[in-house]
Design a protein around this ligand. Structure first.
Ligand SMILES: [Zn+2]
Length: 245
């Protein structure tokens, strides 16, 4: 075979390999973003992040309850990741344990409210987190906890938690709608995040504390408490809002 022909064939092979690799890489990236579970949550979050003009149409108003629901939504913004969501950085085997609300505005300016009356605790080591113990309004006699996090600046040096709840606060009574603080970007040792508040509803451990909120089995589906479909498995229409809103 002439040298020129050999070179042409080799170049053709290399091009084919590059195209196939790009295609496979694209598939993998798409799969990772959706948690290989078909979640479109990251598409909405990307739109919210990249196109501020899209935000009014994606926003759900916080500080109020859906008709007949016991809990108020803790903050305003895009309800991005849902309960049980496998979208990145979560996976099918490590699903998101609550809801993420991405607010419009600068860190430290979008308020976060107590979803229901209860008793607030902030452990001494908690920079960006509070938790509230509640009498469960849907299962009388049961204790349920609402856990809020990311209420601090990107590097964690400034917390956005209301000053009446300093580190070490224990079992301080709060009413529904009490201002807890403001949305932030702090994710502990994790990668920097887009500003939001994370909220989980966590089961009681039966000994005055709460179970590990990072495990889905220790949390409950927030849908009935907020009167809107927040379970990714139920594939709610996006943006998630009160029925008929
Ligand atoms: Zn979250």
């Amino acid at each position: 075979m002439p040298r020129a022909e050999r070179l042409r064939r080799a170049a053709g092979c290399a091009l084919l390999v590059i195209v196939l690799a790009a295609f496979a890489g694209g598939l993998l990236l798409y799969g990772w973003r959706s948690g290989f579970g078909g979640s479109t949550s990251n598409d909405y979050i990307a739109r919210w992040r990249d196109d501020p003009a899209s935000r009014p149409a994606l926003n759900t108003v916080g500080g109020v309850a859906c008709p007949g629901a016991p809990f108020i939504l803790p903050s305003s913004g895009l309800i991005g990741l849902l309960w049980g969501d496998p979208a990145a950085p979560y996976t099918l085997t490590r699903r998101h344990t609550g809801i993420d609300i991405f607010g419009a505005g600068e860190p430290g300016t979008v308020p976060v409210y107590a979803v229901y009356a209860g008793w607030l605790t902030r452990r001494p080591e908690w920079r960006s987190t509070v938790i509230i113990r509640h009498d469960d309004p849907l299962q009388p006699g049961r204790t349920l906890w609402s856990y809020y996090t990311h209420l601090a600046s990107r590097d964690g040096s400034v917390d956005f938690i209301a000053p009446q709840f300093p580190p070490g606060t224990a079992e301080q009574p709060v009413t529904q709608g009490t201002l807890l603080g403001y949305q932030g970007e702090f994710a502990g040792a994790g990668a920097p995040i887009l500003m939001h508040v994370h909220l989980s509803l966590v089961l009681d451990d039966g000994q005055g504390g709460f179970l590990n909120e990072a495990l889905l089995v220790n949390t409950v589906d927030p849908s009935p408490y907020f009167g809107m479909v927040l379970d990714i498995g139920a594939q709610p229409p996006r943006p998630v809002r009160c029925p008929g809103a």
